[in-house]
Each structure stands twice: as structure tokens, then as C-alpha cells.
Design a protein around this ligand. Structure first.
Ligand code: FA5
Length: 338
């Protein structure tokens, strides 16, 4: 039986050295190491041997099995490595092939304008405030000195969710919210955000647009402070040669009020004006409702139309380009500010 065992080992090792594929190795494993192999059947014949020879034969069977196992794993490893090398050789990457051109986006022109204006005002000591787009009638109108039956409400008709909840018509409600938050302390804020109106869309009007609200409350604030802030902004945005025009206007939340136009050169060479913002001194009623004593504190406020600034800055002929998301339009504003 011992000779038979050693003969099996020799045949197994020879078959292994001649094996060329992983499948052949697997066949050898089944033939020599599985439960139905010749070696296993020799093991079952152990009880035919005299008692004293059984331990030595058992040990020999195990040793032969281990030797075959080791040789098998070594050969398997070699064949696997060869197979991998072959695969690597056939799947070589051609690093000279041109790469894919990934489309790189950029900041939307309206956000570029907002960031630019934010940078300027932060540098002047203003904080950036925020407020909800879905607003209560109370903040959007009443705290802005427009009670329920005020005729000026008609100019800002909006999209109502229910009787008291609407998509805000301007960023001015953030004035009221911030005043209440600051509890009577001096403040200086700007607030960019989306606003909504039931306006008919045309080249300079959209039913959804962006505003930047500005509000300053402190002691001894005059109209000259407002004019200085607006001139600083216009010069920052358009250069020192641009002029502004202040037209008397009416807002229930400011007194006196103005509308501010910026000059631009028309195609025929003449000077045109485009209205970019409304502004004024904060109305005493608004101060009172916000928790400020109008005999002690004054303020100025403004609401800039972001699209109008962008129209002037980039010479855009139609506000709707900003919202139709045509990549050919948007990709022209790559890093304009940067
Ligand atoms: C207001 O919305 C006031 N809340 C502004 C204000 C704030 C005045 C603080 C005083 C103090 P007005 O409706 O004029 O005002 O809008 C302000 C700016 O938003 C306009 O000057 C214009 O630039 C822009 N704007 C108004 N309506 C539209 C529209 N439909 N589409 C695009 N821009 C618009």
C-alpha cells in the first residue's frame, strides 16, 4: 500500500508539472485530493493493516496529501500569474489617446452680480441677511406700512398660497424681520433673493426676478448717506464715467422716496436711462413697527433689481435670456468677475 501511495504521488506531481491550464489543475485536485480520490480510498483501507502499522501509514497518507496540496497551490499561483500577465499585455492602456472634454460650468451671471455687490457692501461693514420666499402678508405689506386696503398693494400683485401667505413681492420684508431681530440696535444689512410678481414678461420685466435689499439704521442718518452708498455701488459696478439719475417717487415704506436710473449708451449713440432700484429714507411708521424710536434713529433703504444691473453690465437685450438656460448664452459669462 505504501508503494501504491508513493506511485500515486509521483503521477500526481508529474501531471501537475505538465498542466497548462487552471482547469487541468482543478481536475488534478478532484482526482487526487477529493473524498472520492484514490488516496482517500487507501485511507479507508487502513483498518486492513496490522494495528502497529496503522499510525505510520496514516501519517504517510497525510504527508503525501500535503505535498500534493502544496505543489498544486504553487502551480495554480504560477498559472494565475501567467494568465494575469497575458491579460495585462493585451489590455495595455494607450496613454496617448486624447481624453474626454468635460463641460465645465460657471457661476450664473445673476449670481456673479450678487456676489460682486455682496463683496462691496461687506467691505463697507454691512451684514448679509436672509428671509423666506414664501412670506406672510404681515411682513411683506403691513410691516412695510401697506395695510390691507392700501392702494399701492395693486402695484405688487403676487401669487397667493392662501389669504395671508404669498410669494414675496420684494425683499423689503427682510427689513422688518431684521429690525425685530436686532431689537432696536443700529444695523446695516443687505439681503439678496428671489421675488415674484404678477407682471407681464417683456424685455425688462419678469414675473420672477432678483432683488438686493439694503437697510441702514443709525443715529443722524441723512439722505446724503443714501446717495453716497448708491453712487459708490454704481461706480463700483460700472466705472466712474456712469451717472445716476434720482427721480422722486413713492413707496409707502420710505419718505422721501426715489427711483434711481443708470445711464447707458443706446445703439444710435444717444444716452438712455434704465431704472435699477428704488430707495428712500425709512418711513417713521416702519421704524416704529420694527421697534425703533424715529425721534432717535433714522434710516435709509434701497431695493436693487439684479437683472437690471446685469442687463446694463453685460449689454443684454432681453431679461428672459437669464431664465431660459441656454448654455450658449450662459457660457459667455465665464469668470467675468474673477
Ligand atoms: C420695490 O420693490 C421696493 N421694495 C424697493 C425699495 C426698497 C424702495 C427699499 C425703497 C426702499 P420696485 O417695485 O420699484 O420697488 O422694484 C425695485 C427694482 O426691482 C426696480 O427698480 C427694478 O430694477 C426691479 N424690478 C421691478 N419689477 C421688476 C420686474 N417685473 N422684472 C425685473 N425687475 C423688476
Amino acid at each position: 500500500m505504501k508503494e501504491q501511495l508513493l506511485a500515486i504521488k509521483q503521477t500526481a506531481l508529474k501531471a501537475m508539472s505538465e498542466a497548462k491550464t487552471l482547469q487541468e489543475i482543478e481536475d488534478i485536485r478532484i482526482l487526487y485530493l477529493s473524498k472520492k480520490s484514490e488516496i482517500s480510498s487507501l485511507m479507508s483501507k487502513l483498518r486492513d493493516l496490522p494495528q502497529e502499522e496503522r499510525p505510520a501509514f496514516g501519517a504517510l497518507v497525510n504527508q503525501v496529501k500535503t505535498e500534493i496540496e502544496l505543489a498544486l497551490y504553487e502551480k495554480k499561483g504560477k498559472l494565475e500569474e501567467e494568465a494575469l500577465n497575458q491579460l495585462l499585455a493585451t489590455e495595455k492602456i494607450d496613454v496617448t489617446l486624447p481624453g474626454y472634454q468635460f463641460y465645465q460650468g460657471q457661476i450664473h451671471p445673476l449670481n456673479q452680480v450678487i456676489e460682486d455687490i455682496e463683496d462691496l457692501f461687506i467691505g463697507l461693514g454691512y451684514e448679509v441677511a436672509d428671509g423666506p420666499e414664501l412670506e406672510n402678508d404681515h411682513y411683506n405689506f403691513e410691516m412695510m406700512n401697506l395695510d390691507k386696503d392700501h392702494p399701492a398693494r395693486a402695484m405688487q400683485d403676487s401669487f397667493y398660497v392662501d389669504e395671508n401667505t404669498l410669494l414675496r413681492t420684494h425683499t423689503s420684508p427682510v427689513q422688518a424681520r431684521t429690525m425685530l431681530l436686532k431689537k432696536g440696535a443700529p444695523l446695516r444689512i443687505i439681503c439678496p433673493g428671489k421675488v415674484y410678481r404678477r407682471d407681464d414678461d417683456d424685455p425688462t420685466h419678469s414675473h420672477q426676478f432678483m432683488q438686493i435689499e439694503g437697510l441702514v439704521i443709525d443715529e443722524k442718518i441723512t439722505f446724503a448717506h443714501l446717495k453716497d452708498a448708491l453712487l459708490t455701488m454704481v461706480r463700483h459696478l460700472f466705472g466712474s464715467e456712469r451717472t445716476i439719475r434720482l427721480r422722486p417717487s413713492y413707496f409707502p415704506f420710505t419718505e422721501p422716496s426715489v427711483e434711481v436710473d443708470v445711464s447707458y449708451q443706446k445703439k444710435d449713440g444717444t444716452t438712455g436711462w434704465i431704472e435699477v432700484l428704488g430707495a428712500g429714507r425709512v418711513h417713521p411708521n416702519v421704524l416704529k413697527m420694527g421697534g425703533y424710536d424715529p425721534d432717535h434713529y433714522q434710516g435709509f433703504a434701497f431695493g436693487i433689481g439684479v437683472e437690471r444691473i446685469a442687463i446694463l453690465r453685460y449689454a443684454i437685450d432681453d431679461i428672459r435670456h437669464f431664465y431660459t438656460n441656454d448654455v450658449r448664452f450662459l457660457s459667455q459669462f465665464k469668470g467675468v468677475n474673477r
